[in-house]
Design a protein around this ligand. Structure first.
Ligand SMILES: Nc1ncnc2c1ncn2[C@@H]1O[C@H](COP(=O)(O)OP(=O)(O)OP(=O)(O)O)[C@@H](O)[C@H]1O
Length: 305
């Protein structure tokens, strides 16, 4: 369990995390979503005691990270997969970590197996692909057999097979009753991996809900309609207050009136309709719309020439 209460972090006059309150519960995968610069990494650093909050609190299994008696046995994390000394082998890296955290040496073999790295255990890390480095980072996170796992963008740069592997692993760890919290700016991946979402923008909480509820609450339906008399249809729809835009594959995209109303309107005016399709936005579209207003880094208009 991770609990943040009014968590705030300021760097000078910039507020990276702004009064965040959320709870990450065990037994499910919770996705931490937000556009670039939203404050995800800063929040994770606060959870892991790598930075101190300006105000507010955050605890892991009921205690601030700094007060955990054996941190690696409680919480495993992957923040930067490339942060390992390249001259060491995977085995040496994990053995060193086990020794300095008083973890049994036998765990090294276990986590190498679990992450599929046994064959390359004695290879130097500097020769590792990004995917292998991510696996090593996850092996290190699992070393203390922790109840809580925190992963910052774990699928970045992975191929399809690597992404599938992480997805399966995280789901199985959650199914064992662990707390799994992973950040990403990739909505499509979260849709497949997470059960629950914490969504932030500009350091503030935008949503804390199940994936299904997030879609249902924020999804904006529209209707695709096609008629052999498109201009007449457009005028009728606009007169009823609908927003009508041309659809890239032909016809109109109509917001503000649903399909039965559009169909009845056309019939009442003797207009033929050749297509009438209700369209629900995908999770990706929902997220993009929600985070658009809060995106930290967008190309300023003057840069588009
Ligand atoms: N050490 C720091 N000093 C000053 N500003 C910082 C520092 N760390 C982060 N920030 C600022 O805080 C804001 C949040 O950054 P953060 O890295 O937490 O976002 P993020 O959601 O993880 O983004 P990304 O997906 O790009 O990693 C940004 O505006 C960033 O520039």
């Amino acid at each position: 369990m991770i609990e943040a209460r009014d968590l705030t972090k300021r760097y000078g006059d910039r507020c990276a995390v702004d009064g965040l309150t959320f709870t990450v519960r065990p037994g499910r995968v919770t996705g931490f979503l937000g556009p670039n610069g939203a404050g995800k990494s800063t929040t994770l650093r606060l959870v892991l005691g790598l930075d101190a909050p300006t105000s507010g609190t955050v605890t892991v299994m009921g205690r601030p990270y700094a007060e955990l008696p054996a941190p690696l046995r409680t919480v495993g994390s992957l923040l930067d997969a490339r942060g390992v000394h390249g001259g060491r082998t995977a085995h040496q890296h994990l053995t060193g970590l086990a020794a300095s955290n008083r973890l049994p040496r036998s765990r090294v073999g276990d986590v190498l197996d679990r992450t599929g790295l046994t064959e390359v255990a004695h290879h130097r890390v500097k020769g590792f692909s990004l995917g292998m480095s991510q696996r090593l980072g996850i092996a290190a996170a699992l070393l203390g057999d922790p109840q809580v796992l925190i992963l910052d963008e774990p699928v970045n740069g992975l191929d399809t097979e690597g992404i599938r592997w992480i997805r399966t692993l995280l789901k199985s760890l959650a199914a064992q009753g662990r707390t799994v919290f992973l950040s990403s700016h990739l909505m499509s991946e979260m849709e497949l991996t997470a059960d629950h979402l914490v969504v932030i923008g500009r350091g503030r909480l935008l949503a804390d809900t199940t994936v299904r509820d997030f879609i249902e609450t924020n999804s904006r339906a529209h209707t695709l309609v096609r008629s052999p008399e498109p201009e007449r249809l457009r005028e009728l729809l606009q007169a009823k207050g609908a927003t009508v835009r041309p659809e890239s594959r032909g016809g109109w995209r109509v917001d503000g009136l649903d399909a039965p109303v559009i169909g009845d309107l056309a019939r009442d005016h003797g207009l033929a309709v050749h297509e009438l399709t209700p369209v629900h936005s995908s999770l990706e579209e929902v997220y993009t719309a929600l985070s658009e207003d809060s995106a930290e880094y967008r190309t300023p208009p003057e840069a588009i020439r």
